[in-house]
Write a protein that binds this ligand. Structure first.
Ligand code: NCD
Length: 498
């Protein structure tokens, strides 16, 4: 599910490498001299941009505001203190108000994961002619930070390939690390070392796509790195006095970048940090902040030009209509014969589950245990069908589903195939028997199940939002929530116990 033109910026994963490295990064670099002049561009069409921040921010908020100013546009800053989100307004209603009052670009920083994707989907569904930029959603993604990190690395190291990068700190909850890793996965010959105590190390799926990926708790692993990205401990995302919090208090000093460690690192190392540094923890020791290898302040300077480029590119595509679902789905018709012929053939095989249906659909070849879930799903899919689907099950021996007198639209068949990729649909209609299979590029499970992350927008009670998971790999937790990015097993997301 990648985008070819930058219409919204939701996550790094949704960009294709050409768009990121051939268009966005060069556009950011071209903006550097413009931002250096610090004089607004003359712009005939000063677009209205809303900066909505429900989490604290200095750099991201200010650099978006400065980018908007330098483009000659108008920025309106909104926080929870002034916005009706504080009165439990839905995201949809907030979005409609931004739209009604002529907002063209919306940059959101939200404590909840998945909000930007949901907003962008609503923009496309209702043709709202707006662009959505994710300025950080919970622990999930922070794509504009990644873009400016890449610009910094490009400017300081002179390349975006062939280097070794270390990440130190709270890898589990740092969205800056998750986004940057997604971008580095698209670069060639990158070695990654992640250093963190065990309770905040990355889940296994993050290692996928890297030839060299090491994770451990020992700072010695940072030897030979060309770049180190230091991460703040995301204490606001854990409960005070929880076991994780107490463990953090015990170990925080162990992961500090200080004078002694600098001596042991490559002399040409560059040390990045998205900032803020926690002044009590000092994940980078205060007394090395003016060392020429420690460059978070220079890094943050690349914020405005990078965000100018992103804003401008999105503004250029405002009238483009995009679809978030690029999953290629095809219907494969395996059989199309007269119904009488099919009935005789089946009767001759003497299947004990045989049901001589003349008009309707039989769903067959379901994966073990999925029959019960699909039956449940069909009963509740009134939104995709005219009314409730009546399911009969006359075959206790085989997991097949019989739907008399009804036919399923492609969307429903695709959803079923997402759950059970080998499924076949036998359609008896107008005296013909058709057997079809649905093929899709990605296995997508939508409209059923629950994301286990309580902070995911799909758990917010937002009207209309439905869970969606994508099978992303061969690891132990392959199903990634498309909104919040967290990964689960099939058994975790589906109501198998029902
Ligand atoms: C980061 C963020 O908000 O995720 N900061 C930023 O955007 N400059 C990092 C952090 O807060 O730890």
């Amino acid at each position: 599910m990648t985008m070819n033109a930058l219409k919204h910026l939701i996550s790094i994963k949704r960009l294709n490498p050409e768009l990121l490295f051939d268009d966005i990064i060069p556009a950011c670099i071209d903006m550097i001299p413009v931002a250096k002049k610090a004089k607004p561009l003359r712009c005939d069409n000063g677009l209205k941009t809303v900066l909505f921040f429900d989490e604290h921010s200095t750099r991201t908020r200010m650099s978006f505001a400065e980018a908007v100013r330098l483009l000659g546009w108008h920025a309106e800053q909104e926080t929870l203190a002034c916005n009706s989100r504080n009165k439990k307004e839905s995201w949809m209603d907030t979005l409609m108000m931004w739209h009604n009052y002529n907002t063209r670009l919306v940059c959101t920083r939200t404590h909840q994961e998945g909000v930007p994707l949901w907003l962008a989907e609503m923009v496309e569904k209702y043709d709202l002619n707006m662009g959505i930029i994710n300025a950080g959603d919970g622990r999930n993604q922070h794509p504009t930070q990644t873009i400016l990190d890449l610009v910094t690395i490009q400017q300081k190291l002179g390349r975006l390939h062939n280097f070794k990068i270390g990440f130190v700190g709270d890898l589990l909850k740092s969205r800056t690390a998750h986004s940057l890793l997604d971008a580095l996965r698209m670069c060639s010959n990158i070695s990654v070392v992640c250093v963190a105590p065990e309770n905040v190390q990355l889940p296994q799926h993050h290692a996928e796509g890297f030839a060299n990926f090491i994770q451990g708790a020992d700072m010695e692993l940072l030897r030979d790195c060309d770049v180190i990205n230091v991460l703040r401990w995301q204490v606001e995302r854990i409960e005070a006095n929880s076991p994780e919090f107490l463990a953090f208090l015990r170990i925080k000093q162990k992961y500090q970048i200080n004078k002694k460690l600098l001596e042991f690192l490559k002399p040409t190392i560059i040390i990045l940090h998205a900032l803020p540094i926690d002044q009590e923890v000092e994940e980078i020791a205060h007394d090395i902040m003016d060392d020429s290898r420690v460059i978070p302040y220079q890094q943050s300077w690349f914020g405005p030009p990078s965000r100018m480029a992103v804003l401008q590119m999105i503004a250029n595509n405002l009238l483009t209509k995009i679809s978030f679902n690029h999953n290629k789905v095809t219907i494969d018709e395996i059989k199309n014969i007269p119904l009488d012929e099919a009935l005789i053939a089946t009767r001759n095989k003497q299947h004990d589950h045989f049901i001589p249906l003349k008009n309707g659909t039989v769903i067959d070849h379901l994966e073990p245990e999925t029959g019960i879930i699909i039956r449940m799903m069909l009963k509740t899919m009134a939104d995709l069908h005219n009314g409730v689907i009546t399911v009969e099950n006359k075959s206790p021996k085989k997991d097949i589903i019989v739907i008399k007198e009804q036919f399923l639209p492609k969307e429903i068949m695709t959803r079923i195939a997402g759950l059970s990729p080998g499924v076949t649909f036998n359609i008896m209609q107008d005296g013909r028997f058709r057997k079809i299979k649905i093929k899709q590029e990605q296995q997508v499970i939508s409209g059923i199940g629950t994301c286990l992350n309580p902070n995911c927008v799909t758990r917010s009670g937002e009207p209309g939002i439905q869970p969606r998971f994508i099978n992303e790999g061969k690891n132990s937790h392959p199903f990634g929530c498309d909104y919040c990015g967290q990964h689960f097993t099939l058994a975790e997301i589906l109501p198998l116990h029902v």
